[in-house]
Write a protein that binds this ligand. Structure first.
Ligand SMILES: C[S@@+](CC[C@H](N)C(=O)[O-])C[C@H]1O[C@@H](n2cnc3c(N)ncnc32)[C@H](O)[C@@H]1O
Length: 192
């Protein structure tokens, strides 16, 4: 079985957000900022597709591993320590800004500011690719779980290229636990 959230070329211990693969339906090149890159799974995939990728995270814990995998795959990824709440400090903007499975780690009072940072870090006609866990994950303890339509509401003024809310496919955690999560996800294009 190929879990829905896993890229076929990646081990299934690394969850892969399907929304990231959908980027290739809308863009085939450009600069990408992967905010909260984690193990860099999405960053590595997009670099392999020819995008110019910067992977950002609050911790550099996984950067050496990402660099090693990038070398093995013959791709280049720039890694940067940073916070979704201060992307303006990067001093540059990107054609595509991704932020998957990160926003639910922020408290409710920080979400609007974080989304604003994602939007401001995006070039005109660029894309935001965002996913987050929703309140339907009963018993899940996160700083903030998104209500139905909540994430999309931040993008009212952006043409929506793709949006989805539901139960994602199963994936295996590094500790061997099989999981499925309710998520809200979208791809929106920044107006002029
Ligand atoms: C569950 S992982 C998601 C990794 C990857 N984006 C994915 O979808 O598989 C969450 C990542 O977000 C990072 N993170 C948490 N808070 C952050 C913040 N305020 N700014 C940037 N990254 C953050 C964590 O360090 C972690 O690497």
């Amino acid at each position: 079985m190929t879990p829905e959230t896993t890229h076929p070329q990646q081990p299934n211990t690394k969850p892969f957000a399907k929304v990231v693969k959908r980027i290739c339906e809308f863009r085939s090149s450009g600069s990408v900022l992967d905010v909260g890159t984690g193990e860099g799974t999405h960053a590595l995939f997009l670099a392999s597709q020819g995008f110019e990728v910067t992977a950002l995270d609050v911790t550099d814990e996984k950067f050496a591993k990402i660099a090693e995998e990038a070398k093995q795959q013959g791709v280049h990824i720039k890694t940067v320590v940073g916070d979704v709440l201060s992307l303006d400090q990067l001093g540059t903007t990107f054609d595509i800004v991704i932020c998957t499975s990160v926003l639910h780690f922020l408290t409710a009072d920080k979400i609007a500011a974080a989304v604003e940072q994602l939007q401001q870090a995006t070039n005109p006609h660029g894309l935001n690719v965002v996913s987050a866990h929703t309140v339907k994950n009963e018993g899940e303890v996160r700083a903030h779980l998104f209500a139905e339509g909540e994430l999309q509401a931040y993008y009212k003024k952006w043409p929506m290229l793709y949006e989805w809310e539901g139960l994602g496919g199963p994936f295996m955690t590094p500790s061997g636990e099989l999981m499925q999560k309710h998520r809200s996800e979208l791809i929106a294009e920044k107006p002029e």
